[in-house]
Design a protein around this ligand. Structure first.
Ligand SMILES: *[C@@H]1O[C@H](CO)[C@@H](O)[C@H](O)[C@H]1NC(C)=O
Ligand SMILES: *[C@@H]1O[C@H](CO)[C@@H](O)[C@H](O)[C@H]1NC(C)=O
Ligand SMILES: *[C@@H]1O[C@H](CO)[C@@H](O)[C@H](O)[C@H]1NC(C)=O
Ligand SMILES: *[C@@H]1O[C@H](CO)[C@@H](O)[C@H](O)[C@H]1NC(C)=O
Ligand SMILES: *[C@@H]1O[C@H](CO)[C@@H](O)[C@H](O)[C@H]1NC(C)=O
Ligand SMILES: *[C@@H]1O[C@H](CO)[C@@H](O)[C@H](O)[C@H]1NC(C)=O
Ligand SMILES: *[C@@H]1O[C@H](CO)[C@@H](O)[C@H](O)[C@H]1NC(C)=O
Ligand SMILES: *[C@@H]1O[C@H](CO)[C@@H](O)[C@H](O)[C@H]1NC(C)=O
Ligand SMILES: *[C@@H]1O[C@H](CO)[C@@H](O)[C@H](O)[C@H]1NC(C)=O
Length: 490
């Protein structure tokens, strides 16, 4: 019986093994590809991976709205942040998206045979190939190694090490970052990050829907005035910033000592984030027009003061008037702008999943509401809290640990000197008394005997070992702040 079973299982097992092996081989051969040629395609089941694996290019889908995009991400990024998106404003809404080089050498995205978007110009180039490089650049070259098109020339919301942000007047090129509409929707959002000439020098500038929002301040000492967080020794990635210029072109670029997740991202709220998702330049969720940290100084609406700001919290507004705008091109920052400028507005949130606006208005107090889906921005009185409260938390914890260590050392020293100062005679007395006693009262007696004019009772190690049956587990009652507690046995 047993042998028959074995005989049956073996071929099935071998089949499964063969399938797994061929599948693994197939996947690895697909995964090893970093280049497509004319007629090849990237689709839902085949990604490109750069030579050393640093970057992956593939199709990704966002569920709301139900759309797909081709994007590039750091293979090792657990957050899968898309450092580049091929078709942010031309989403694929059917199930099948294909990135391919057609017979004329044009890089394009199609779906069900229809062209969704041309990435490169239709020059009719033979032998074109497109390669995902280890820098994260996706480059289309012709048969004689001329660059026809590259993703680094069409940035979305992220600047990678080696990418340019700036302009070239001779070629008419602008390298500009554009924020996503929301954290999940790659469509162009409210913010752009550009490099603007500032006489001989240049500075980084963020516009919100075309209006000046934030400036980096002047360049000096390999840094802009308001980007010091990037070059701070506390920053994991240790960014080195560079500004290059000649008569007709200027650009900003950077490299990172730890390039493994080098990222400068223009967030959907108009902030600049580094690879660890830390705010790199501004301490606030939004600029309030107060002229702080690079945020431009604006005339405040009459009803708003320097002490007003919006706080994200789980809350609701019982009895407040709510107004909805389901325009799916509105980002959270647009809602903030509307609420800030409306003197009756006390809070806002997105109306759809990441787009549109709800504004609450009225002379109304918000109520804390701990349902997870109730996240809103609520107008809070008081100065915007600097995002640096964690530093104080770290300092407080450090001081606490320091005191704790000192206390422990002090306690240990006292204990040691006491033990050393204990007379052998008294230890023997205690040991004898302990081993001879048969009730807790006796122990109390012993404790009283052991008292030496201070609050702590002292016993020799041997006496305690004996009393706890050599620290046997069955004698252990529990564990307190000072260590395990044992039951006394005879
Ligand atoms: C996806 O692309 C791979 C490699 O180019 C190809 O072998 C496969 O047939 C494609 N899948 C579909 C569903 O077209
Ligand atoms: C909202 O969008 C996120 C990200 O695309 C998605 O995970 C979530 O399911 C969506 N929620 C709803 C209610 O559509
Ligand atoms: C999203 O699109 C896929 C493919 O077209 C479809 O199967 C799925 O039902 C859609 N989901 C929603 C929530 O519309
Ligand atoms: C391809 O054509 C575009 C215009 O369609 C032109 O700007 C570009 O210089 C051409 N590239 C080459 C390599 O001929
Ligand atoms: C690829 O990743 C490795 C390991 O993180 C890194 O040492 C190397 O510099 C990266 N290559 C490029 C071109 O960024
Ligand atoms: C394309 O490749 C073929 C074979 O490698 C070669 O004979 C031909 O000259 C190439 N054409 C161009 C325009 O580079
Ligand atoms: C600017 O464009 C000109 C003309 O295309 C080119 O020769 C030059 O190398 C470009 N400079 C930079 C820094 O891209
Ligand atoms: C580049 O940006 C400048 C202003 O920043 C604008 O005037 C110009 O039209 C842009 N050029 C292109 C090709 O987008
Ligand atoms: C939706 O909002 C966008 C961005 O503010 C605006 O440009 C557009 O006109 C609005 N559309 C409608 C129909 O209101």
């Amino acid at each position: 019986m047993a042998t028959r079973e074995k005989g049956l299982i073996n071929p099935i097992f071998m089949l499964i093994l063969a399938f797994l092996c061929s599948h693994a081989l197939y996947s690895s051969s697909v995964a090893a590809t970093n280049t497509i040629r004319i007629g090849d395609e990237v689709n839902a089941t085949s990604n490109l991976v750069s030579e050393n694996g640093n970057f992956t290019l593939g199709l990704f889908t966002v569920s709301s709205p139900n759309s797909s995009y081709f994007g590039i991400w750091y293979t090792n990024d657990v957050q899968r942040r898309k450092v580049w998106v091929a078709n942010p404003n031309s989403p694929i809404t059917s199930s099948s998206g294909v990135l391919t080089i057609d017979s004329t050498g044009t890089l394009k995205i199609t779906s069900g045979g229809n062209t969704i978007m041309l990435l490169s110009a239709q020059n009719g180039t033979a032998n074109a190939t497109a390669t995902l490089e280890d820098s994260g650049n996706f480059v289309l070259i012709d048969g004689v190694q001329r660059t026809l098109w590259q993703s680094f020339d069409h940035p979305t919301n992220t600047l990678l090490p080696g990418m340019k942000l700036g302009y070239n007047l001779t070629s008419g090129q602008n390298w500009t970052l554009t924020s996503w509409l929301s954290d999940y929707i790659p469509a162009s959002g409210a913010f752009t990050l550009t490099l603007e000439s500032d006489g001989e020098s240049a500075q980084l500038v963020i516009h919100q829907r075309g209006e000046l929002y934030w400036t980096s301040g002047p360049w000096s000492n390999h840094n802009f005035m308001y980007t010091s967080e990037l070059i701070s020794p506390l920053n994991t990635y240790q960014y080195n910033l560079h500004l290059f210029s000649s008569g007709d072109w200027k650009y900003f670029t950077y490299d990172a000592v730890d390039a493994s997740l080098g990222i400068l991202e223009l967030s959907s709220n108009g902030q600049i984030l580094d690879g660890a998702n830390n705010l790199a330049v501004s301490d606030y969720d939004f600029c309030y027009g107060l002229g702080l940290g690079g945020c431009v100084n604006k005339v405040l609406p009459g009803c708003r003061s320097q002490r007003n700001w919006f706080q994200e919290m789980s809350a609701n507004f019982p009895g407040a008037l709510s107004s909805y705008d389901f325009n799916s091109s509105l980002s959270l920052s647009d809602c903030m702008e509307r609420c800030w400028n409306d003197c009756n507005c006390v809070g806002f949130a997105n109306a759809n999943n990441g787009t549109g606006c709800i504004l609450w208005s009225g002379n109304i107090e918000f109520q804390i509401d701990n349902r997870g889906d109730a996240l809103k921005y609520v107008l809070a009185p008081g100065k915007p809290s600097k995002g640096k409260t964690w530093i104080w938390a770290v300092v407080a914890i450090a001081i606490f640990l320091c005191l704790l260590t000192l206390g422990a050392l002090w306690y240990k020293r006292i204990k040691k000197s006491r033990i050393e100062g204990e007379e052998r005679k008294r230890q023997k007395e205690n040991l004898l008394a302990l081993t001879a006693s048969d009730s807790l009262n006796h122990v109390n007696d012993v404790e009283n005997n052991g008292r030496k004019g201070h609050d702590l009772n002292t016993f020799s190690f041997a006496s305690i070992a004996a009393a706890t049956n050599n620290f046997a587990d069955e004698n252990k009652l529990g564990e307190g702040g000072f260590g395990p507690v044992y039951k006394y046995t005879q």
